[in-house]
Design a protein around this ligand. Structure first.
Ligand code: ATP
Ligand code: IPE
Length: 242
């Protein structure tokens, strides 16, 4: 049993507002559906980040940006619907659950998620807008992965992104960046490199460490090659194992 996050950079074109990458989503889901997913998480990509930035979210809610919160919530529900439809076509009893609706003004109440799993269905949760009426927050799919691990104690937590794994520095900037196939605490030079990574990867890295700290084998895999998910634990595996 696995929990998996599909990065927004895979299923959307991050530069163009609300651009869905259907064939990439189909390819990823065809592999996920064979891996016994307990909870599926996805990111926002251009359905989440562009409008959030435009409306200065996360941040205090104002007359001007509250409408942006509603827009982000709706755009994310739209992306979620598309993902859930594909999952259902692949035979997964997928049920989309908006984290907006889980927020009780103070914390997230994940009981609808656990109830869904208990009933034999697969919750599909995602990075979302949430609010107590005063502050407009954005919960990331990477943080939801930590919760999914806490709730379901899966065998594996798989993060799918658009890179081959965690490198000693940004592989998109440095051609000779080295892939870290197995992250161990004793790889001290990662610390210096950590300061070099973008906030995005830095945050994802911390989420992956937290999943690992829960005793769950955690992987970062390039979702452009979703079949790599099948090789976790084997010698042929391509990605980073935590
Ligand atoms: P997702 O991967 O969930 O879609 P995202 O698009 O926001 O989310 P990021 O959080 O930005 O992705 O993380 C992926 C990016 O991090 C890669 O495309 C890569 O360019 C960058 N990156 C920076 N430093 C590193 C590093 N040391 N190892 C791997 N990737 C890195
Ligand atoms: C972002 O979720 C959600 C919103 C901006 C509403 P993520 O942070 O998990 O999305 P990606 O994977 O980086 O695109």
């Amino acid at each position: 049993m696995i929990v998996v996050k599909i990065g927004g950079s895979l299923i959307t074109d991050k530069r163009r507002y609300r651009t869905f990458r259907r064939s990439a989503a189909e390819k990823i889901i065809s592999v996920i559906s064979g891996e016994n997913p307990a909870i599926i998480v996805h990111g926002g990509g251009s359905f989440g980040h562009i409008a959030s930035k435009r409306y200065e979210l996360p941040g205090p809610l104002t007359e001007r940006n509250a409408i942006g919160g509603a827009l982000v919530k709706n755009d994310m529900a739209d992306l979620n619907n598309r993902i859930v439809s594909i999952l259902i076509r692949h035979g997964i009893r997928a049920v989309g659950i908006s984290p907006f609706t889980l927020f009780n003004g103070d914390t997230m109440d994940y009981s609808p998620v656990t109830r869904t799993v208990k009933s034999g269905f697969v919750p599909v949760i995602y990075g979302d807008f949430y609010t107590d009426g005063k502050y407009g927050g954005i919960i990331s799919g990477d943080d939801l992965m930590i919760e999914a691990c806490r709730l379901e104690k899966p065998e594996k937590a798989i993060f799918l992104s658009d890179v081959d794994g965690v490198f000693d520095r940004d592989p998109k900037k440095y051609r000779n960046a080295k892939l870290i196939s197995k992250y161990e605490k004793h790889e001290l030079n990662f610390n210096t490199v950590k300061n070099d990574v973008t906030g995005g990867m830095d945050r994802k890295f911390r989420s992956m460490l937290q999943c690992r700290a829960l005793g769950i084998k955690t992987y970062l895999i390039n979702g452009n090659y979703p079949e790599r998910m099948r090789d976790t634990g084997s010698e042929n595996f391509m990605g980073t194992e935590f």
